[in-house]
Write a protein that binds this ligand. Structure first.
Ligand code: SAM
Length: 270
């Protein structure tokens, strides 16, 4: 049986096409599905992610934020809300970038009625995270990517692009699922939920079992927290324990969320 986006087994090089098919299929139901699949917890993770970044500034200078794989704009909205209400910053702007025009269209639709659009604080760019040639070197203060990077074919290339576009002192921040929970019991329950329930919910709610099956499998293939921290370091970033010169073994290079179902990784461009 071939899936409706026309693949069975694909080579890594075909991954980009497959990912495009998946996100075009899920764009319209994506936000509802996120709530169902994560039991609403993705909202708490995203809130925490943005709070930990404290976007916006109380000084007169504004920040330029790039939200990669920004999809329907969930992170961009939170970044702008935080900057505005917590830091009273009405200048900081977000460029929402995604490879998929259907996901971007959902984001545009959501922003079309928001004051951020009228104030010119949000813009959209269709681009592959592995090639951000539309964006200048050293031009971005904060690069965010939430639940996106596991879909990229060449993750190290995307990290190199993140490094290139960030200003010195700029921050790379990633929120992503992890492939394995440390506690074997929780891991067993979690795998049962993700491999059993999520494709089923996808079938019932979005009539699209295959896309949601893909999403679950892509989590399984993503590197561990340690490995991913190593990749960020390899791209040239300083990890949290390395900022300020000496290596601090006591500082974790990432933050686990909800028993390690998801994790936040950050890096600073020296
Ligand atoms: N960041 C949003 C959120 O947290 O709700 C959306 C996450 S969604 C699971 C993943 C997004 O990654 C999709 O919108 C997809 O189109 C995008 N994506 C996949 N591969 C990409 C690539 N190579 N470059 C940029 N975006 C990509």
């Amino acid at each position: 049986k071939s899936t409706h986006f026309g693949f069975q087994t694909v080579a890594e090089e075909q991954k980009a096409g497959r990912v495009a098919g998946v996100f075009s299929s899920v764009a319209a139901t994506y936000d509802t599905m996120n709530d169902l699949m994560s039991l609403g917890i993705h909202r708490l993770w995203k809130d925490h992610f943005v709070r930990s970044l404290n976007p916006g500034t109380r000084s007169r200078e504004s920040q330029k934020i790039l939200d990669i794989a920004g999809g329907t704009g969930d992170i961009a909205f939170r970044l702008l809300d935080h900057a505005t209400t917590i830091n009273h910053d009405s200048q900081t702007s977000v460029l929402v970038s995604d490879i998929n025009p259907d996901m971007l269209a959902e984001g545009r639709k959501r922003f079309s009625v928001s004051p951020y659009k009228a104030a010119g604080r949000v813009a959209f760019l269709e681009a592959n995270a592995e090639d951000l040639s539309a964006i200048n070197d050293n031009s971005i203060d904060l690069y965010t990517v939430a639940f996106g990077i596991r879909n990229f074919t060449h993750k190290q290339k995307a990290l190199a692009e993140a490094y290139r576009v960030l200003k010195p002192g700029g921050v790379f921040a990633c929120l992503e699922f992890t492939p394995q929970l440390r506690n074997p019991l929780f891991n067993a329950v979690y795998k049962r939920w993700s491999f059993g329930a999520i494709p089923l919910i996808g079938q019932v709610v979005a009539a699209d079992r295959d896309s949601y099956q893909y999403l679950v499998e892509s989590i399984e293939k993503f590197p561990s927290q340690e490995e991913f921290a190593g990749m960020i370091r390899k791209a040239g970033f300083l990890l949290p324990g390395q900022i300020g010169g000496a290596e601090d073994e006591g500082v974790k290079a990432w933050e686990d969320l909800t028993f390690g179902v998801a994790a936040i990784h950050k890096g600073v461009k020296p």
